[in-house]
Write a protein that binds this ligand. Sequence first.
Ligand code: CMC
Length: 434
Amino acid sequence: MSKTLTLTDNDTGRSAELPVLEPTYGTPVVDISGVPREIGCFTHDPGYGATSACRSWVTYIDGDQGILLYRGYPIEQLAEKSSFLEVCYLLIYGELPGAAEWVEFEADIRKHTMVHEGLRTIITGYRRGSHPMAMMVGLVGALSGFYHDALDVNDPAHRLACIHRLVAKMPTIAADTHKWGAGQPFMHPDNSYGFVENFMRMMFGVPAEPFEVDPVAARALELMMILHADHEQNASTSTVRLCGSSGTNPYAAIAAGIATLWGPAHGGANEAVVQMLSEIGGRGDIPKFIDRVKDRESGVRLMGFGHRVYKSYDPRASIIRNACHDLLSKLEGTEREQPMFESALELERIARSDDYFIERNLYPNVDFYSGIILSALGFPLNMFTVIFAVARTVGWITQWNEMLGDTEDFRIGRPRQLYLGHARRDYVPAEERS
Ligand code: CMC
């Protein structure tokens, strides 16, 4: 028998029987859509901490147990056994690919790795030294002007074409933003390389020299991209859904997602963590820094700690922490990252034995150790959030596609508000104002 929850307005006696929806896993969800009609009020939930905004079949997080599943598969298994491109297939299509499906998918992605040369002309209009995320927001939005042959969002085949294009082109665009800042020539993709290796070549290679892929580095980047591929209804994904709900084209919706990701409370935290570690100084300065974090007046946060959903260790953070141990011992030229990693471990140790963090269930999140890996791989600080965006694109676009395909629940997103402004009043001419 289906469950309901009764909500009663004690003043008017009006009440509503609200359906309780049972998920595959996790907390049941009360369908409040009938509340305004049956009781005459809206619900208020700033930051959406108690609100499910959609049905989804893509990703599941158990924040208390520290569990993350993509299409039902544990992140630990995917991180160990899969590739980023295979994870893309899994997210987009819902199942791991069979042999023939894989060949077809990989070939289609390869076909789309180049970008229109006009996009590169746009890049040259950016000031040298512009933040790469500033360029990413503009360039991904601009894609809609170049690939307008398949922009009917109501046509599933058009949507799939956009999905493949976005997944394929994001590494090329990301590398171009770096090359523009570095004053080096843009690299064209070379599809004889694997997806991640091609990205590394476009980032770090130059046309004058052959590029040799370090398999240890390539696997580390692959791992980072798998871990960042999707994370259910976070701020940037919800932005993509809300933006896309108006029927706008997917490139514009993904540009909105990139803009949201950029903030330091979201994807910008990986950059902020490395900045924080260098500002703290030596390990001896950590207790002083922790005191500043605990002082509410200071406004300082321990970046890379805390999460809206995880109230235990973020499973991605523990995978990245282990990868740091492994990578830093195998990669050469990590003299800068070794002490940074040691400081981060010490910072985690001190924070996790401090009542402030224990009482609030604050643990390292995905961003705490990821900057150390990206730095060891040679990515400059201002590219960290870009790497996050490249990897998250498949999650954003999968969720966008899911929303448009959900014929039962899909409507334009349109929250309501609690208006606390002035009551109606009459216009006062300028000469009569005090
Ligand atoms: N440092 C110090 N105190 C913190 C932190 C932190 N990093 N995070 C939360 N708190 C405190 C906060 O002050 C509050 O205390 P009180 O109850 O006394 O007022 C309590 O913990 C609850 O925090 P909140 O801000 O209400 O939690 P939220 O769910 O709204 O915010 C968050 C989540 C991720 C924005 C926040 O934890 C934060 O700012 N963390 C630092 C930035 C960061 O690492 N962001 C990356 C998030 S994970 C990857 C991603 O989304 O891209």
